[in-house]
Design a protein around this ligand. Structure first.
Ligand code: ATR
Length: 281
């Protein structure tokens, strides 16, 4: 059987998903293709009908369709429902189902690199910087993985306060402003930067100066252009271990591939290869 997958979005030119999924198909020994489908917001419904007619059974969804696709689907899984956003669609048992693999992908990437964070999870202290869509996905996935102490810091504290309700009391979550948290960064075992601050062409920006970190702390940034953001550079100088954003991209794709095919593909040296592709851009 030939697999045919797509990513839909606008713009979509620079998407790395085709490269990632083609590697997965090779490593899983599957025949197929993964193509880009550029769809403007006003074309979504019509183009989705076309996708159905073309016999495509799975696709990724990126900006600006992550919310817009929802009303066209038959069902959402629990996480996509909680996120109010879909990044993966699969045709299963006659239904079009929406999933969101961003958070799971992030947690998988972290576990691959820093498994030690996952022992004694209840006592680990985590700080998320930002309170947008990516923060929401990561917050929920860390909570689902068993972490209990997850604080939030955001430029607009009100938005972070709203996000804190997501876990319905299942986490002990304190909310801080960015200026307040600056002096407290050394309280945390894991700090995750979840916004686009520091991304090219604004690579000189950093959401927070990180000067003090706990011994053995991990600092993570979901921005992957540049690979090593200003925040990660500072964190490394302060003695932290660092975790790169492109690995989240890789593992959210792995989770999508698994939903479509039932196979969890090997990632082998794709982390390094992806890093080289991004550094060459
Ligand atoms: P996404 O869905 O990609 O996460 P988003 O929902 O627009 O994007 O969220 C953007 C996040 O980046 C928010 O936490 C936002 O802070 P506010 O809630 O205060 O807007 C944060 N953000 C964006 N630009 C920022 C900046 N220059 N400094 C600090 N935080 C910023």
């Amino acid at each position: 059987m030939d697999y045919r997958f797509q990513v839909i979005g606008y713009p979509i030119k620079h998407s790395l998903s085709p490269w990632i999924h083609e590697q997965f198909m090779k490593s899983a020994n599957l025949q197929g293709e993964y193509t880009k489908n550029e769809i403007k917001p006003e074309e979504l419904q019509e183009k989705f009908e076309q996708i159905k007619q073309d016999g495509i059974k799975g696709f990724n969804v990126t900006v600006p369709h992550k919310q817009g696709i929802i009303r066209l689907l038959d069902e959402l899984d629990d996480t996509a429902e909680k996120m109010g956003a879909v990044n993966t669609v699969a045709y299963q048992d006659g239904k079009w189902i929406g999933f969101n693999t961003d958070g799971t992908g992030y947690v998988r990437s972290l576990k691959m690199k820093y498994d030690e964070l996952f022992s004694n999870k209840e006592n680990k202290k985590i700080l998320l910087l930002g309170a947008g869509g990516a923060a929401r996905a990561i917050f929920y996935a860390l909570y689902k993985s068993g972490f209990k102490q997850i604080d939030l810091a955001n430029r607009t504290t009100e938005t972070a306060r709203d996000l804190a309700y997501l876990t319905e009391g299942g986490t002990e979550t304190k909310v801080f402003s960015l200026s307040d948290i600056e002096k407290k960064t050394n309280d945390y075992d894991l700090i995750v930067q979840t916004t686009s601050v520091g991304m090219v062409p604004n690579e000189k920006q950093s959401i927070l100066p990180i000067f003090h970190v706990k011994e053995s702390a991990v600092v993570s940034d979901i921005v992957y252009q540049p690979i090593k953001t200003r925040l990660l550079e500072q964190a490394e100088k302060a003695g932290a271990k660092i975790h790169f954003g492109h690995t989240m991209l890789l593992y959210q794709a792995q989770t999508s591939f698994e939903i479509w095919t039932g196979i969890k593909p090997e990632t082998n040296d794709m982390d390094e290869q992806l890093r080289k592709i991004l550094e060459g851009r």
